[in-house]
Design a protein around this ligand. Structure first.
Ligand SMILES: [Zn+2]
Length: 86
C-alpha cells in the first residue's frame, strides 16, 4: 500500500488573497458579476458560467436568465412572463 501524504494547509483565521487581482477590497469573495438569482426559485444563487455550461439559461426579451437546476428550465419556458419580471 502506498502512503498517501498530501500537504495539509492550515487555514487559521483568514485565507490568502489568491486568484485575480482586484482594485478594491472584496470581502464578499467571488465577484457578484459571476452570480445571478434563479428567476424560478427565488433565493437560489446561480453561477452564470456554470449554468451556461450546462445550458441552463434563457435569453428572454433581451435579458438573460440563469437557472439553478434543470427543473427550473421548463418552468420558465412554460410561463416566462411570470418569472421574467424586472
Ligand atoms: Zn432550480
Amino acid at each position: 500500500m502506498r502512503e498517501n501524504h498530501h500537504d495539509h494547509n492550515p487555514t487559521d483565521s483568514h485565507h490568502h488573497h489568491g486568484g485575480r487581482p482586484t482594485a478594491g477590497k472584496n470581502l464578499l469573495g467571488p465577484a457578484t458579476d459571476e452570480l445571478a438569482e434563479c428567476p424560478v426559485m427565488k433565493g437560489s444563487t446561480v453561477v452564470k458560467t456554470d449554468a451556461e455550461a450546462a445550458g441552463l439559461y434563457r435569453d428572454y426579451q433581451g435579458t438573460r436568465y440563469w437557472f439553478c437546476c434543470a427543473a427550473c428550465e421548463p418552468l420558465f419556458d412554460a410561463n416566462p412572463a411570470q418569472y421574467a419580471t424586472a
